[in-house]
Design a protein around this ligand. Structure first.
Ligand code: HEM
Length: 515
């Protein structure tokens, strides 16, 4: 009897106790959140957060918002807080003072599906695997010695660009095609040991056109705002169809990379006095090293290889195309560049990489192009690895962190007439692009800074210098400079929306073009 009469009381007690616990937990959470001093930002909508405020060019939408909410702003993309730094001071805090805290990368569908489940360098989380990858970049892949040893490749490929343009003199040319062929061939020969994607190679399993399309798709898919990344419970619907495209793309890349690794492994096995000749060889050597701190698996070698091919191809071509476009809009600047080239180099030879430090105006054009058209306008997203405070505001662990270098490049407090393409602003100024001048960060800064920046810069500077040294440039069909469209499209890189078409005429003695 006693037990039966006490049962309902016990249940009621349990139920009340549980309810009280839930209420206390909810109140505690609310109380904790209330106490958080989050950076200012627009009020988020339920479910979508602030995604409704993002236009087709998110860096521009975010720029507009930062004019209202200030240099440290918090947005919400679906379920995730996103903090944006938009000033030199904030860039310095995020990329230098608190670099270790913000050295993570968010988990995205692109990282999962297109980079072998985050096994590449760009999307791998901060930790021993990524640290080892960066060490390899520093010591093996991009050491000054190795880059110098590949100079002959860069020269040969640039020569074929200059020759190709000579053959098309007087006719409209699609500059980007020429530029991405050079970049692709340079990086392909350095990383894979040969052009691989040579039209004339009967064994080639992929055409250059197809491969460039794959790289364009990779850059686009790595830069898009995929709804499933922001609203995980909608992920399975793949509303924009991006995940499907990622899976198709990764299959294509994998087929190609498998072929590359098989060929390299065969040579390692068959050649008597085998020595490593290219970056894939170096990666395979490292993968077979038993003393490596963290094992590098076959899929890791493929992921790194793809990263290097992608990082090395698109960005340099995009930057040179923007530079020539800006000059065509302000043709009087061609004269300043050629005056310097004629004075320093003369009319009897081409420009070499070693000449670049003697060509401050060319360097200034490159910097000005990177200020106005940074390839990655908000760098690559980072992720807070722990709760922390920036400028007195609370930033929660897992927050995605962007640095809007596009906004910094347009800050009127830093740049006079920021909308104007004016390379002279850099002449005689001690500002470089190597990650310590926070007003100009096209390669980022800190631990996650672009490891390929010195290669990228070499290709951009020497290609641009020779394009200006060797050719006169004009717009086709008597197009006026003001009619040249300067719209961009957003992805992981930010190229011209309408590729540049221009007409070139040689400006050096003819015999120099038989390269
Ligand atoms: C114009 C040329 C280039 C530009 C403007 C550029 C820009 C960038 C930027 C902005 C980042 C992100 C930095 C950050 O998160 O703070 C990055 C990362 C990276 N870049 Fe580049 N890049 C260029 C060329 C290259 C080249 C030539 C390679 C390799 C061949 C390369 C490989 C990478 C890799 C692997 C990362 C990821 C680094 C990490 O997460 O630790 N890039 N690049």
């Amino acid at each position: 009897m006693e037990s039966s009469s006490s049962t309902p009381t016990t249940w009621t007690t349990y139920a009340l106790a549980s309810l009280a616990t839930v209420v206390i937990a909810l109140l505690a959470k609310r109380f904790r959140q209330k106490k958080l001093n989050l950076p200012p930002g627009p009020k988020p909508w339920p479910i979508i957060g602030n995604l409704n405020l993002m236009g087709t060019l998110p860096h521009r939408s975010i720029h507009q918002l930062s004019l209202t909410y200030g240099p440290l702003m918090q947005l919400r993309f679906g379920s995730f807080p996103v903090v944006v730094g938009s000033s030199v001071e904030m860039a310095k805090v995020i990329l230098k003072t608190m670099d270790v805290t913000f050295a993570g990368r968010p988990k995205t569908a692109a990282g999962k599906y297109t980079t072998y489940n985050y096994s590449d360098i760009t999307w791998s989380p901060y930790g021993p695997y990524w640290r080892q990858a960066r060490k390899m970049c520093l010591m093996e892949l991009f050491s000054a010695k190795r880059l110098e040893s590949y100079e002959y490749i860069r020269v040969e490929e640039m020569n074929s660009l200059l020759q190709g343009l000579f053959k098309s003199s007087g006719k409209p040319v699609l500059l980007k095609d020429y530029l991405s062929t050079v970049s692709l061939n340079v990086i392909s020969r350095m990383v894979l040991g040969k052009r691989y994607l040579d039209e004339s190679d009967a064994n080639s399993i992929i055409t250059p056109v197809e491969f460039k399309k794959m790289l364009d798709e990779l850059f686009l898919l790595n830069g898009v705002l995929n709804i499933g990344d922001s609203i995980p419970w909608l992920d399975f619907l793949d509303l924009q169809g991006y995940v499907k495209r990622m899976k198709v793309l990764s299959k294509k890349f994998d087929g190609f990379l498998e072929h590359v690794l098989d060929e390299h492994n065969a040579r390692r096995k068959d050649e008597k006095n085998y020595v490593s000749q290219d970056m894939v060889d170096v990666l395979l050597d490292l993968a077979s090293d038993p003393n490596l701190e963290v094992k590098l698996e076959r899929h890791g070698v493929k992921a790194f290889t793809q990263d290097l091919l992608a990082g090395g191809t698109e960005s340099s071509a995009v930057t040179v195309e923007w530079a020539i476009s800006e000059l065509l809009k302000k043709p009087e600047l061609f004269g300043k560049a050629t005056e310097e080239l004629d004075r320093v180099i003369g009319q009897s030879r081409w420009v070499t990489e070693k000449d670049i430090p003697d060509l401050p105006y060319i360097e200034a054009i490159v910097k000005e192009t990177m200020r106005m058209h940074p390839v990655a306008p908000m760098l690559v997203p980072r992720c807070a690895r722990e709760d922390c405070k920036v400028a007195g505001y609370d930033i929660q662990k897992g927050t995605r962190v962007l640095v809007n270098v596009w906004t910094i490049g347009r800050d009127p407090a830093l740049w006079e007439k920021p909308e104007e393409f004016y390379p002279d602003r850099f002449v005689g100024k001690d500002i470089d692009v190597k990650g310590h001048d926070y007003e100009l960060l096209p390669f980022g800064s800190g631990r996650r800074m672009c490891p390929g920046y010195s290669l990228g810069l070499k290709v951009i500077q020497s290609n641009l210098a020779n394009l200006l040294h060797g050719y006169k440039w004009k717009l086709p069909n008597d197009m006026k400079p003001e009619e040249l469209d300067m719209d961009e499209i957003f992805g992981l890189s930010t190229p011209r929306k309408i590729p540049l078409v221009a007409i070139v005429e040689p400006r050096l003695p003819r015999h120099l073009y038989s390269l």
